[in-house]
Design a protein around this ligand. Structure first.
Ligand code: NAP
Length: 675
C-alpha cells in the first residue's frame, strides 16, 4: 500500500502540508501508513473563501433546495462507501464498527434531508412557533423566525467516528445554510479526508460550502466573528482550553461542545437472574464495551446493579467478555479491534491505573490474546471490568473517562441510590435503565433527567426493536449537561437551529406575513378569480380567501348527527342536562358536525387540482353553536410548499363564524394540490 498524504482543501484547492509532517499508523499493526500536517494551512484564506462564496451560495437556496442537495450527497456517498470501509480497518474498526461510522453518518444525512423537506418551508425563513397575539385587536402581533448565520461554522471533530462525526455536523450546518471548515482529529483524519474527497467529487455542494484542515487551526479561532460558530467534539480538557479563547468570548461566538461523559446503565431491582432483562442487560453492556473498542462517547462506563445481583452480574459479564475474539479487524471471527493509536492506549491504561485504587479488576488488562498476524505493534487493550464494592467512596470512577473497553460494576441499594450514583457523572450523555417497572422509570426520570441528555429504557417488550444504549439518533437530542459539554447536537430540526439566529419579529400582521412567506391571521385577504378548488398550486396566492354562503344549523341537524354517528353526548341530546353544564346554554351542535358542514360549504366537488386532504392541525372550538345559528366559513391560503414535480402542499387557515361574526372554530387544513 502506498503511503497516504493527508491534505487540506483550501479555497478550492487541495494543498499538501508544507511545514511539519507527522506519521500516521495502522491501529492494529502499528505500521506507518502515511503522513499528515502538523502546522496550519492558510486558514484565513479558507475563512474568506467561505464568507465570499460558500455562504452566499448556500443562503440563496431555500431550505428544500439544501435538503435535496443533502439527499443527493448522501446517495453519492452511499454508492461509494465500500472504499471507506477498506480504509476504516486501519483505524482498528471491525466491519460492524465501521457500519456505525460510515452507514451511520450517511443515514444521519438522509434523515436531515428528509426532515428538511417535511418540517421546514420551501423558502428562506423558518417560522419558530406560532404567532403571539400582542394586541387586543390583532393589529400588532409577534412571530419568532430563524435565519442562517452569515459567518462560518468551524467543526472540530473527535478521532473515534471520523465519518459520522463529520457528516452529523455537516448535515444540519448545510441545511441551515452555513458553510463549514472541517478539522478532523489527526490520528484518523485520513478516513475523514477520504470521505471529504467524495463530498467534493459529488459536485452536489456549491464552491466554498465545505473546506478541510489537515493539521492545526492556526489563528482561526482568534479571528472568528459574531456570525461564526464553533462545534467541538472531543475531551473536556480540550473543550475547556478552546472555549476559553478570549476572541470567542469577546464576540459571543457560539461554541457547542460535545465532550466526554461518564455514562451509566442501571439494572432495575425488579429483575432476577434468568429474566430476559438480565440477559438483555449483559448483552447491552458487552456491546458497549466492545463496539469501537469502547471508544464511543456514549459507551457505558458505570454498570449499576442491585447489591444482591453484583456477584451474578460479575460472573455473567466475565463469561461473555471472555468469548470476545480480539485481533485483526478485517477477520470475520474478530469481535473487537484495536484502539485508534498508541496515545489512546496510553490514556486508557493510565485511567485503569487510577481505577485500581478504587476497584478490583475482574477481567481484562493490557496483553490480550490476539487473532491474526503481525499485530504486535497495534494498540490493544482487552475488554476490562472493574468491580467496586463502595461506589459512594469512589471519585475517579465517577470522574475519569477511560476512553476504551473499560467499565466498572457498582452495587446500589435502592432506586434513589442508583440515581445518585448515575448523577455523580456530573452531567452525562446517556444513562440506560433495564426494567419493566413503570414506577422505577418514573423515579429515574424525576431524579436523573436533569443530569442527562438522554435516558434510554429497555425491556423484553422493546428489545427486538430498541436502537441500543450507545446509538445517538438524528431524530433525538445528543449531548448532555455539565461534564458532557452542556450542548446539544442532532434532535432533528433543533440541530439546524444551532446554525441560525432566532429573531423576534413584532409588527402588523401584513408585514410579518411578507417577511415569513406565510399568511398570518389579521393580514389582508382577497378573493381569487375562481373557486380555490379550481386553482392549481402555482396559481393560488397567499391570502386568497373564499367566504362561503351561510348555512343554518338546525335542531334536526343535531339530532340526526347524534343518531347517525352514535355520538349522543347529553350536550347534544338532553336540553335540561346540557343547561346544567357550565359551558353550554342548552343543546349545542357537535363540533364535528360543524367541521363536516364546513367541508360541505367550502368544497367544490368535481375532480380538479385539489388531490387530497392530508390532515388538520390546531383545531379549537371557540363558541358553542345553538340550533338556529347561521355559520359561514372563511378559507384562506396560508402557506404553500412544493412537494414533488406533480403536487404541493397547501395549508389553509379555516375559520367558522356565526351570524354575529364571532369565531366559532378555527383550524389549519392540509391539502395536496396539483402543480
Ligand atoms: P481531543 O483530544 O480533545 O481532540 C478533539 C479534537 O480537538 C481533535 O480534532 C483535536 O485535533 C482537536 N484539538 C486539540 N487541541 C486543539 C487545539 N489547540 N486547537 C484546535 N483543535 C484542537 O479528543 P479526541 O481524543 O479526538 O476524542 C476523544 C474524546 O472525545 C473522548 O473524551 C470522547 O468522550 C469525546 N467524544 C465525545 C463525543 C460527544 O458527542 N460527546 C463524541 C465523540 C467523542 P488533533 O487530533 O489534531 O489534536
Amino acid at each position: 500500500m502506498s503511503l497516504m498524504q493527508v491534505q487540506s482543501f483550501v479555497a478550492g484547492n487541495w494543498v499538501t502540508p508544507s511545514d511539519g509532517l507527522a506519521p500516521l499508523h495502522s491501529a492494529f499493526t502499528g505500521e506507518v501508513i502515511g503522513h499528515t500536517g502538523t502546522g496550519a494551512p492558510d486558514v484565513m484564506a479558507m475563512y474568506r473563501h467561505a464568507l465570499a462564496h460558500g455562504g452566499p451560495a448556500l443562503r440563496a437556496m431555500s431550505f428544500h433546495d439544501r435538503a435535496r442537495m443533502l439527499k443527493a450527497l448522501a446517495q453519492y456517498l452511499s454508492d461509494r462507501k465500500a472504499e471507506l470501509y477498506e480504509l476504516s480497518y486501519l483505524t482498528g474498526a471491525t466491519k460492524s464498527d465501521s457500519w456505525i461510522d460510515i452507514d451511520g453518518g450517511i443515514g444521519t444525512m438522509f434523515v436531515f434531508a428528509s426532515k428538511g423537506r417535511r418540517e421546514m418551508p420551501d423558502s428562506h425563513v423558518y417560522l419558530d412557533g406560532d404567532v403571539e397575539m400582542l394586541s387586543r385587536g390583532g393589529s400588532f402581533v409577534g412571530q419568532h423566525v430563524c435565519t442562517p448565520l452569515q459567518g462560518v461554522a468551524v467543526h472540530i471533530n473527535a478521532f473515534n467516528f471520523p465519518v459520522w462525526g463529520m457528516l452529523e455536523k455537516l448535515a444540519p450546518t448545510l441545511l441551515a445554510g452555513m458553510p463549514a471548515i472541517v478539522k478532523p482529529a489527526t490520528v484518523t483524519g485520513y478516513l475523514a479526508e477520504a470521505a471529504f474527497r467524495m463530498i467534493l467529487e459529488s459536485g452536489c455542494l456549491p464552491d466554498g460550502a465545505v473546506q478541510f484542515v489537515s493539521g492545526r487551526l492556526g489563528p482561526l479561532l482568534d479571528e472568528l466573528g459574531p456570525q461564526d460558530a464553533v462545534s467541538f467534539t472531543g475531551s473536556a480538557d480540550t473543550a475547556l482550553a478552546l472555549r476559553g479563547t478570549s476572541n470567542l468570548l469577546r464576540n459571543s461566538v457560539r461554541f457547542a461542545a460535545e465532550q466526554d461523559s461518564l455514562n451509566a446503565t442501571i439494572l432495575g431491582d425488579d429483575v432476577a437472574v434468568g429474566d430476559p432483562e438480565f440477559d438483555l442487560f449483559v448483552k447491552e453492556v458487552v456491546t458497549e464495551i466492545t463496539v469501537k473498542a469502547g471508544q464511543k462517547c456514549t459507551a457505558v462506563r458505570r454498570i449499576l446493579v442491585p447489591e444482591a445481583l453484583r456477584g451474578a452480574m460479575a460472573e455473567a459479564l466475565s463469561a461473555r467478555l471472555a468469548e470476545v475474539t480480539l485481533g485483526d479487524p478485517r477477520l470475520k471471527e474478530v469481535g473487537m479491534g484495536a484502539l485508534a493509536g498508541a496515545g489512546q492506549k496510553r490514556d486508557v491504561l493510565g485511567a485503569c491505573a487510577l481505577f485500581a485504587d478504587e476497584a478490583r479488576c475482574i477481567i481484562g488488562g493490557e496483553a490480550p490474546e490476539l487473532t491474526g498476524e503481525n499485530l504486535d505493534g497495534g494498540a490493544w487493550v482487552a475488554p476490562t471490568i472493574f468491580d467496586c464494592a463502595d461506589p459512594d467512596a469512589a471519585t475517579h470512577l465517577h470522574e475519569k473517562e477511560a476512553f476504551g473497553p473499560v467499565a466498572c460494576l457498582m452495587p446500589y441499594r435502592d432506586a434513589g441510590h442508583a440515581a445518585v450514583l448515575a448523577n455523580r457523572g456530573g452531567g452525562a450523555l446517556v444513562t440506560s435503565v433495564v426494567t419493566r417497572d413503570p414506577a422505577l422509570a418514573q423515579r429515574i426520570v424525576a431524579a436523573s433527567a436533569s443530569h442527562h441528555g438522554r435516558l434510554y429504557f429497555n425491556n423484553r417488550d422493546s428489545m427486538a426493536e430498541a436502537t441500543g444504549h450507545g446509538a445517538p439518533l438524528p431524530h433525538m437530542v445528543h449531548g448532555g449537561p455539565g461534564r458532557a459539554g452542556g450542548s446539544e447536537e442532532l434532535g432533528g430540526i433543533r440541530a439546524v437551529k444551532h446554525y441560525m439566529q432566532r429573531t423576534a419579529l413584532q409588527g402588523p400582521p401584513a408585514l410579518l406575513s411578507a417577511a415569513g412567506e406565510t399568511w398570518l391571521a389579521g393580514s389582508p385577504t382577497h378573493e381569487g378569480p375562481a373557486h380555490p378548488f379550481r386553482r392549481r398550486f402555482g396559481d393560488l396566492a397567499l391570502g386568497e380567501t373564499l367566504v362561503t354562503a351561510p348555512r343554518r344549523v338546525t335542531a334536526a341537524d343535531i339530532a340526526h348527527f347524534a343518531e347517525f354517528t352514535g355520538d349522543g353526548f347529553y350536550a347534544h341530546t338532553d336540553a335540561e342536562a346540557a343547561a346544567e353544564n357550565p359551558f353550554f346554554p342548552g343543546i349545542v351542535a357537535h363540533g364535528y358536525l360543524l367541521l363536516s358542514f364546513a367541508a360541505g360549504m367550502f368544497v367544490d366537488p368535481a375532480p380538479g387540482p385539489v388531490l387530497a386532504n392530508t390532515g388538520l392541525n390546531g383545531l379549537t372550538f371557540e363558541k358553542p353553536v345553538t340550533p338556529g345559528t347561521d355559520i359561514t366559513v372563511h378559507l384562506t391560503v396560508k402557506r404553500k410548499t412544493r412537494r414533488t414535480d406533480e403536487y404541493g402542499e397547501v395549508r389553509w387557515h379555516v375559520e367558522l363564524r356565526d351570524h354575529e361574526d364571532d369565531l366559532v372554530a378555527r383550524y389549519e387544513l392540509l391539502t395536496m394540490v396539483a402543480i
